[in-house]
Structure formats: structure tokens, C-alpha cells
Design a protein around this ligand. Structure first.
Ligand SMILES: *Cc1c(COP(=O)(O)O)cnc(C)c1O
Length: 206
């Protein structure tokens, strides 16, 4: 099943330079190992502890792994996150920026943008973005791009378009957007990383 899903996703990525992040959160171990056998090396996790349990050991057997944190990060977990992950997609506040910078000054980070201004969602608003971006740059951080999770009930198109345009305006090369249901649209709007979980591994067990 994963083989077929992967082929289908890869066929849609032809002609784009985007990379696929296999979102392995909550997936059973046998699916993870199957995907490793298929050659997948870029994985996304949303919880630090869950990711440690899954990847610390595997990382030793598989040195070319690339692990992306795509979930919210609490400041008390920054040290562990910096030790495990290669990229953080959810930078969204000054306190967190300072902490990450303390532990790993050049950690590649995406700034998460709350494109739909949703009160319950993390991310900076477009209004706050310039100021926050400048703050991170002044700290000496390695900001590689912007990331968003559009509101579930919205057409993602306007969010992708706006995130992409804003990244270009800031001169940022990477754009992390698009999940199982909308990654094709995200590719069309210039995503350089798509984050696909259930569309690759199958439904997450509840
Ligand atoms: C879970 C998750 C995904 C993957 O979602 P699917 O619908 O399973 O593809 C992508 N991005 C983030 C931030 C997630 O939390």
C-alpha cells in the first residue's frame, strides 16, 4: 500500500523541485520500517517525545535520516528538539526563537504563519511577520522559509498563494505547505516541502 501511495505522490511531484516529508506521527512501526525499506529518508513528527522514542535508535542505523519537527514546540523541550531534529517548521514566538538559538544557533527554521488568523492555532499573523522575521535575523537565526496550515474549512488556495508570495517578498527560498488532501495545489503554488501523512502511510490508528 505504501509503495503505491508513494508512486502516486511522486508522479504528481514530477516537474516540481519540492521534497516530500513523510509525516510519520502516530503511525505503527511496521509502516515506518516499510517506508525506510522503500528509501524514504525525510520524516515529519509533531511531538518531541514520540519522535525520540521512534527515531533515536533508528537514526543510528540510518545516518542519512532527515527529521522535521512540524508540531508546536514548548520551550522546555527545545533542547531535546535541537538534539533530535534537523529542521523546525513551527517557530512562532520570540521566547522560542531565543531558546532555539541558545541550543543550536544555525538550526534551519521555518516561521509558522497563522494565515487564517485562527485564535486557537499557533503561528504569527501576516501582520506580525516582518517584525518577527527581523527579530530572528538579528538574533542570527537560520530562517529558511515559511510554513502554514490553512483553516480546515477554508479553500487552501488563497492561503498557499499568499504564503508563497510573502516568502518570495522576504527572499526566503523554502515554503512548507500542503498535506494529503491539498499537496497538489500546494505544489502548484510553489511549495518546496509538502507534508504528507495519511495519504502515504494510510489512516492513523485512533
Ligand atoms: C499531521 C500533519 C500533517 C499530515 O497530515 P495528513 O493529512 O495525514 O497528510 C501535515 N502537517 C502537519 C503540521 C501535521 O500536523
Amino acid at each position: 500500500m505504501i509503495t503505491d501511495n508513494l508512486k502516486s505522490i511522486q508522479s504528481k511531484m514530477v516537474g516540481y523541485t519540492a521534497r516530500l516529508i513523510a509525516v510519520s506521527k502516530q503511525q505503527p512501526d511496521n509502516r515506518i520500517d516499510e517506508s525506510l525499506d522503500l528509501g524514504i529518508r525525510i520524516f515529519g513528527e509533531n511531538k518531541v517525545q514520540e519522535a525520540q522514542a521512534r527515531w533515536l535508535q533508528r537514526r543510528e542505523q540510518c545516518p542519512d535520516l532527515e527529521l522535521h519537527l512540524i508540531g508546536p514546540l514548548q520551550t522546555n523541550k527545545v533542547k531535546d528538539a535541537c538534539n533530535l531534529f534537523d529542521v523546525i517548521h513551527t517557530l512562532d514566538r520570540k521566547k522560542l526563537a531565543r531558546k532555539i538559538h541558545d541550543f543550536k544557533p544555525r538550526m534551519p527554521c521555518f516561521i509558522q504563519v497563522n494565515t487564517g488568523n485562527e485564535p486557537q492555532k499557533s503561528g504569527v499573523t501576516f501582520e506580525e511577520l516582518n517584525n518577527f522575521y527581523q527579530f530572528c535575523i538579528d538574533l542570527g537565526m537560520n530562517i529558511v522559509g515559511l510554513m502554514c496550515i490553512p483553516p480546515v474549512d477554508d479553500d487552501p488556495e488563497i492561503h498557499f498563494e499568499l504564503l508563497s508570495r510573502t516568502a518570495r517578498e522576504l527572499g526566503l527560498k523554502d515554503i512548507s505547505m500542503g498535506m494529503s488532501d491539498d499537496y497538489e495545489l500546494a505544489l502548484h503554488y510553489g511549495a518546496t516541502y509538502i507534508r504528507v501523512g495519511s495519504g502515504l502511510f494510510g489512516k492513523r490508528p485512533t
